[in-house]
Design a protein around this ligand. Sequence first.
Ligand SMILES: [Zn+2]
Length: 233
Amino acid sequence: MPLVKQIGCYTLMLTLTLGSCEVLAQSSSGEPDARPGSICTPTTSSRSEPRTEAEQKERERWAAYREKLQSYLPLLPREPDARLAMPVQGARVREVANTFGAARSGWRTHEGQDIFASRGTPVYSATSGFVWRIGQGELGGLYVFVVGPGGRRYYYAHLERYAPGLKEGQKVTTRTVLGYVGSTGNARTTPPHLHFGVYSGSRRTCDYKVIDPLPLLADRDWRAITVNPARNR
Ligand SMILES: [Zn+2]
């Protein structure tokens, strides 16, 4: 086979492989990990045909989530938040030990910050926005994704339970409780904590970014919130 053709085939194979990795990684974990250093190729609908009915269903589910995400964008400010309100009730920014980028099992690195608190401590949204996804994954356990200004996604994982009545598509503010601190998913053997992740862009458009939330986090006046808590709609 001529060299050019070979390179072409290799690129195609890589694209397809990465494409299905993305689906698998997201569906099994809920935490959208990317293999570091992977080559990005913008994609639209150039994926291989689904091999099983389950794969087809999974793709449809993701397509629906992508569509929903797009539908929230015009309703949100364009500029992402410069500051994020501390999501764990009573926690202080200075108490968060920086573990962003720390090595994890396999090729993964820690794509977020862990905020430790007693089991059942309320977790508030760090931004205003919309509840994009409520789900359960092998790594993240019970998780909630919120999409905020600029299309940034905020990932709240290892929850003990969700806030009662929380729904996908629900509008949230920094006074909305999303759930409660727990140790679900791969945090089973660790003390209860919130895993807080921040993502922007998309692998499809090659501007996907994992953002360290710690420099953006700001303390809040918990007395004002806990004395007069907002009611979830
Ligand atoms: Zn974590």
